[in-house]
Design a protein around this ligand. Structure first.
Ligand code: SF4
Length: 343
């Protein structure tokens, strides 16, 4: 059996946003990540995927649930134990412009985690490690005394990756690491992460809103909607056999390079806005935009269940009791209405 490096069990994260309002960012989310794999977490912005990453790392306190890292309960450890554990987990942030201190040199930025953890006693050893890290991410040791503003977006993200690698972590949470970069640079950064993963046996949680990019980099993918995990399977299966109506809509929005196939293809346009996580819909959170919604979807939250080996989904269409119910939701497609009229 494959070895799990991370297990997230029934994780809940709510934020008190004042005036008696509670923002339900993450609702009862469970998933696990095997050693050496990349798990992609995808969904629209505001769906809670970054909150999960930050809660795993302890940057946010969980509301309830558990996070296990190498079979140790992260939130049950003493401060000292957590400090040691977090050496093994690092984060690459979305915005390479905002995540690097503009007043620090590259040497200071990369050496900071090494100094905080007291890894080297001699300055010469510390500097050699900084040079080594710069070269690992495709930069030069001559860059060491420069400031972040002297670099391009892609180079800054390389600096962020070098800093994340400084402590030799086993697990990296990459939170939208390429979405602030030019398209031409995105592939270079993804290729760099893939190479480092191969060479160092790293495990990644890759968070992104772009399903096509997640697929390129991920072994398995979890799809999130409004704080809930709605589907999970491996990248190939998600593309070939998507089950959840939301996944199908996300996939239908990805352009296909073949103009003939692209012209023939039916786009699923989701009507309406993403509801507020302060006041999410009852039952299935996707029901206000789902073309397949049924009466049951309003009252009963669908169960997160495994439909076939490794393929999980939360949708009443796959419940034995409800799967044959006709769609009654407000967002039925024209095709459905036409079929009904013809019948
Ligand atoms: Fe949710 Fe119902 Fe649509 Fe399934 S069919 S996604 S349960 S609204």
């Amino acid at each position: 059996m494959e070895d799990k490096i991370l297990e997230v069990k029934n994780l809940v994260k709510y934020f008190d946003v004042g005036k008696a309002d509670i923002l339900k960012a993450v609702n009862d989310v469970s998933f696990h990540i095997f050693k050496g794999e990349t798990y992609g977490l995808v969904g629209e912005s505001g769906c809670g995927k970054s909150t999960i990453g930050r809660t795993i790392l302890g940057l946010y306190e969980k509301t309830s649930g558990d996070v296990w890292f190498n079979y140790e309960n992260v939130h049950g450890l003493s401060e000292k134990e957590q400090f040691a554990l977090y050496r093994k987990m690092q984060m690459i942030f979305q915005d390479p412009y905002a995540s690097l201190n503009p007043r620090s040199t590259i040497r200071e930025i990369i050496s900071e985690p090494l100094e905080v953890h007291g890894i080297f006693k001699k300055k010469k050893d510390l500097m050699n490690r900084v040079y080594e890290l710069l070269e690992e991410v495709g930069l030069s040791r001559d860059h060491v005394n420069r400031y972040p503003h002297e670099f391009s977006g892609g180079q800054r993200q390389r600096i962020g990756i070098a800093r994340a690698l400084a402590l030799n972590p086993d697990f990296i949470i990459a939170d939208e690491p390429i979405s602030a970069l030019d398209v031409s640079v995105q592939a270079q950064v993804v290729n760099l992460m893939k190479r480092l993963q191969r060479e160092k046996g790293l495990t990644f949680l890759f968070i992104a809103h772009d399903l096509s990019m997640v697929k390129q980099f991920s072994d398995r993918i979890g799809v999130m909607y409004l704080g809930n995990l709605v589907e999970e399977t491996d990248g190939e299966d998600l593309y070939e056999n998507p089950l959840h109506p939301y996944t199908k809509a996300l996939l239908s929005a990805i352009p296909i390079p073949d103009p003939d196939i692209e012209e023939e293809r039916e786009r699923i346009i989701l009507e309406g806005e993403l509801p507020s996580p302060i006041n999410p819909p009852s039952g299935c959170v996707f029901r206000t935009r789902c073309p397949m919604a049924m009466d049951i979807c309003k009252d009963v939250k669908p169960v997160w269940q495994e439909i076939k080996s490794g393929h999980r989904v939360a949708c009443h269409l796959y419940d034995q009791n409800y799967k044959d119910s006709p769609p009654t939701g407000p967002q039925r497609t024209k095709e459905m209405e036409e079929e009904e009229i013809q019948a």
